[in-house]
Design a protein around this ligand. Structure first.
Ligand SMILES: *Cc1c(COP(=O)(O)O)cnc(C)c1O
Length: 454
């Protein structure tokens, strides 16, 4: 039985929502809709006495419950999966955008199909194009590089420091008269040191794009990440915290950046709902894309947003317990966190003396089933082969055909500090549903392994 039949069946018999759901589950054995089953509810409750299950898993889906279920059912029953029109009055994406902007303390939010799409919209919002340079951290996700290249601009890498985020000093060194923007990526749950970044950027007339894909809901000196620079982006892909499988958002308080981003996400045109928010149009129609969010995504994200503070409180509490437990170890060097209160607790990080010690540490921890690894989820971009060779979708693409584009050299010599830091750090993922027993087990395991290797 396919989804269409299920809806038809439901419509014909005028089932209640709950009946509809239980019938759908019968029709689709093992269906993800079976949220009532113990399987989902009691996911974490069957740990053995011998060894706690310390797989941190995907955070957002661990919090799926009746709220996502009901919101999705409302979209199905209204038969309006498209955000602008339909049989019912679609409101899921609209409301999610309003709530998300409010949560982030910004004037506007735009829902899009992915974090990568959000970056393309933000870069368009800032008016970045051929001849411009954009400063990007040397260790981050591909999209921070591709969004610059797709705009025809030139990516210039800056090293990371012991925050594991962009080094403000190297950002400043990399500024030229052509620098249009910097992408401050709040990587792996910890905010960038935004005060120096904003000071340097404002002094030099460089725009600040905050990539909050890995730090949704994080703060810096009390301000939500994404609301500090000129524009912020988020991803709701499953590896992030709140999730709809795929999805993204752009946040800004600038009406012009908002209008440009909204136009780019919808073929270059603009709908009144966006102008109702940002005021009379200030931008002419230009060639855009289709990055529109659908109502199912908006429904799940609305439900997930209402639980974000709970997810973050749990992650933070567990991360703080582990950090507090290991910071007593002699001479241990933890990740430098410019504002620990704003950290979302996605993982815990500490530094070993060299790569060999780091690798042994990870091996020993993994033997104890502790989820330790090198830094994950991103790429050492300047040493990626396609970056070194400046390969683009067409050989005449403008990014690397300017005088500066031809001159720039990537490769290991362009990011020595990043490579050294990367090689020394151990990452230990934190689960939202870790128990006290798991936290203690992790602290004990790190203490034993670290002490033996230090
Ligand atoms: C995941 C991620 C993105 C891209 O988001 P998608 O939704 O996967 O397109 C961008 N930047 C960073 C730092 C990310 O981690």
């Amino acid at each position: 039985m396919n989804a269409e039949n299920i809806i038809k069946t439901a419509g014909n018999h005028d089932f209640t929502r709950r009946e509809f759901l239980s019938k759908s589950c019968l029709a689709l054995p093992g269906s993800a809709l079976a949220l009532n089953s113990q399987k989902l509810r009691g996911q974490q409750s069957t740990e053995s006495n011998a060894m706690p299950n310390i797989d941190p898993g995907y955070i957002g889906p661990q919090f799926f419950d009746e709220r996502e279920e009901q919101a999705l059912m409302e979209v199905l029953e209204s038969r309006s999966p498209f955000r602008y029109w339909g049989q019912g009055k679609p409101t899921k994406v609209l409301r999610f955008e309003e709530k998300f902007a409010e949560y982030m303390g910004a004037r506007f939010a735009l829902g899009v199909t992915s974090g990568t799409a959000a970056l393309d919209c933000a870069v368009t919002g800032l008016g970045i194009g051929p001849g411009d340079e954009v400063i990007v951290p040397a260790y981050t996700w591909w999209s921070d590089y591709t969004c610059v290249v797709h705009a025809g601009a030139l990516p210039v890498f800056a090293d990371i420091d012991r925050t594991l985020n962009i080094d403000p000093k190297d950002f400043e060194r990399k500024i030229t008269p052509r620098t249009k923007a910097v992408i401050a990526v709040h990587l792996l749950g910890t905010p960038c040191d935004m005060d120096p970044i904003m000071q340097i950027a404002r002094k030099q007339g460089v725009a600040v794009l905050e990539d909050c894909a890995q730090c949704v809901g994080g703060t810096y000196h009390g301000k939500k990440l994404g609301s500090i620079g000129d524009v912020g982006i988020y991803s709701f892909q499953v590896n992030k915290v709140m999730t709809s499988g795929e999805g993204g958002a752009v946040v800004t308080s600038s009406p012009v950046i908002y209008e440009r981003a909204a136009r780019f996400h919808d073929m270059g045109t603009i709908r009144t709902l966006f102008l109702d928010r940002s005021g009379p149009s200030q931008v002419q129609t230009f060639a855009g894309e289709n990055f529109r969010m659908n109502e199912f995504t908006g429904a799940v994200l609305g439900a997930q947003l209402s639980k974000l503070d709970i997810m973050l409180a749990k992650l933070r509490a567990n991360a703080n317990t582990i950090y507090d437990g290991i910071k007593k170890l002699a001479d241990i060097r933890l990740r430098h966190r410019p504002d620990p209160e704003g950290d979302i607790g996605y993982a815990v990080f500490f530094e070993m003396r060299d790569k060999a010690a780091r690798d042994r540490c990870i091996r020993e921890l993994r033997q104890r089933k502790v989820p330790a690894s090198t830094m994950t989820g991103s790429v050492l971009l300047p040493i990626a082969e396609s970056v070194i060779n400046k390969r683009t979708r067409h050989p005449d693409w403008p990014s690397f055909n300017s005088t500066e584009g031809k001159k720039i050299k990537y490769g290991p010599d362009s990011c020595r500090q990043t490579l050294e830091i990367f090689d020394r750090f151990v990452q230990m993922r934190v689960g939202a549903k870790y128990t006290e027993r798991i936290n203690n087990y992790i602290v004990d395991s790190i203490s034993q392994v670290y002490t033996a290797l230090a």
